[in-house]
Design a protein around this ligand. Structure first.
Ligand SMILES: [Zn+2]
Length: 91
């Protein structure tokens, strides 16, 4: 399986054509946030999916430092039931 991951050299050039790489900035760095308040529900929720998962860094553009702080904040917020572990959804 892993051996087959080598790309066809013909396809290499057209790989990134559709999506221009726009560099995402860490929103916390822009605000000069030094610590993320887990009681700030609205801010924490913005970095969660509709199912209650923490949005990955590659999507939000959050830097490693702030992503770690965010993850800790989300987990604390979950523990005191500010945000859900799992959002209810249609069965
Ligand atoms: Zn940051």
């Amino acid at each position: 399986m892993a051996r087959d991951t080598k790309r066809d050299p013909k396809k290499k050039g057209e790989k990134r054509e559709k999506r221009p790489m726009r560099k995402k900035k860490c929103k916390f760095c822009l605000d000069r946030v030094t610590h993320i308040d887990y009681k700030d529900e609205r801010r924490v929720r913005r970095f969660m999916t509709d199912r209650g998962k923490i949005t990955p860094r590659r999507i939000t553009g959050t830097c490693a430092k702030h992503q770690r702080m965010l993850a800790a904040a989300v987990k604390r917020a979950r523990l005191i039931a500010l945000v859900p572990y799992v959002r209810e959804y249609y069965r």
